[in-house]
Ligand binder design. Structure first.
Ligand SMILES: Nc1ncnc2c1ncn2[C@@H]1O[C@H](COP(=O)(O)OP(=O)(O)O)[C@@H](O)[C@H]1O
Ligand code: SF4
Ligand SMILES: [Mg+2]
Length: 345
């Protein structure tokens, strides 16, 4: 399944390119002789490009493969197949010094600031840990100063370098996670639901910080979220995932104003609206049924079991994520069409 680059608003050259990436987790049975009886198709043919300086939002319900995608890019999982290049270098073939360079250039901010920081390490040791592996990034003797600079950059008090994670609030802990991700001065940061575990009042502060850091350091982000409204503030382009695949990808306008895939339209119509008048006006789509198991996705279009527009062809022919007559941005629907805009976000 290929997802060509979106049609408009190009911010820069491609920094990360992902081509038909697949991760199937084997399901085995048997005590003595383990046999593979199936596979969880967590990521099932994902392609996209990330441009220098842009933020690509990745959105989809829980279990659709977002974290697996992030972990594949960070080389925390081995892909079943597919290819990815970072600045033209093959991400999955790199080894030795090249792998260290690639790793250094792409960092991750985890979802849960409460569990992702080691409670027994001081903040200084947590943020400075990457310097243990990449010793040239902060020669001995300069580490504490580098860590204090990083604390300052993310809006924390540099004097708190010897404190422990439990002495910080959730938002502050996520700032520590961001400082750690920044330590090696990467060009790409993969943020896996960085604000999902935070209070709504704190979410905007962390998003603002990420935006400010992007401008300051010329960062490119993959920003994962399960909520389209969170991503809108920060993303230049958005990819919508369903059962291991990107079903629609486009610029902010293309996704929020001119979505053509029924799943995206359903997600948009379900976003809470504070204004009661706008709430009454909108044409809400209620999705029926649960997300099917990624171990046994429906034939043809993965979304067909919940789609109100499904026809016979949807069960046999897998729709490609390609430009459609209704709008030139890529959408994986045989019957892609515009809907009246929802007065939502
Ligand atoms: N290590 C693993 N082994 C087996 N299945 C996994 C593993 N990691 C994730 N999965 C499965 O892959 C699917 C996608 O998970 P995940 O990438 O965490 O989704 P998301 O981040 O979108 O919630 C889920 O069905 C999940 O249970
Ligand atoms: S291809 Fe068919 S089932 Fe899939 S989203 Fe489009 S109309 Fe629905
Ligand atoms: Mg996840």
């Amino acid at each position: 399944m290929t997802a060509p680059a979106s049609s408009t608003k190009v911010r820069g050259e491609t920094i990360l390119s992902v081509d038909n990436l697949v991760k199937h987790f084997p399901i085995s049975q048997g005590v003595l002789f383990q046999r593979q009886i199936g596979a969880v198709k967590a990521v099932d043919g994902v392609s996209f490009e990330l441009r220098r300086g842009e933020t690509l939002g990745v959105v989809g319900e829980s279990g659709c493969g977002k974290s697996t995608l992030a972990r594949l890019l960070m080389r925390l999982e081995t892909p079943t197949s597919g290819r990815a290049t970072l600045e033209g270098k093959d991400l999955f073939k790199a080894s030795g010094a090249e792998l260290r360079r690639v790793r250094r250039n792409m960092q991750m901010v985890m979802q849960d600031p409460y569990t992702s920081l080691n409670p027994r390490m001081t903040v200084g040791d947590i943020i400075g840990e990457p310097f243990e592996i990449h010793r040239d990034a902060a020669p001995k003797g300069s580490r504490d100063r580098r860590v204090q600079e990083l604390l300052d950059v993310v809006g924390l008090n540099p004097e708190h370098i010897n404190r422990y994670p439990h002495q910080f609030s959730g938002g502050q802990r996520q700032r520590i996670g961001i400082a750690r991700a920044l330590a090696l001065r990467p060009e790409v940061i993969v943020c896996d639901e960085p604000v999902s575990a935070l209070d709504v009042s704190i979410q905007a502060q962390v998003i603002n910080l990420l935006e400010q850091l992007q401008d300051e350091f010329g960062l490119s982000y993959i920003f994962i979220a399960h909520d389209l409204s969170v991503v809108r503030h920060i993303a230049d382009r958005v990819a919508v995932m369903y059962l291991g695949r990107i079903v629609e990808i486009g610029t902010e306008d293309e996704i929020y104003e001119r979505a053509t895939h029924p799943y995206t339209q359903a997600l948009l119509s379900a976003v809470p609206v504070p204004d009661p008048e706008a709430r009454d006006q909108r044409n809400m789509i209620r999705l029926v049924g649960d997300v099917p198991s990624p171990a046994d996705p429906p034939s043809g279009c993965h979304f067909r079991t919940r789609c109100w527009k499904a026809q016979d062809i949807c069960a046999v022919e897998d729709p490609q994520t390609v430009p459609r007559a209704a709008d030139p941005h890529p959408s994986a629907c045989h019957f892609a069409e515009l809907r009246p805009p929802t007065p939502t976000l």
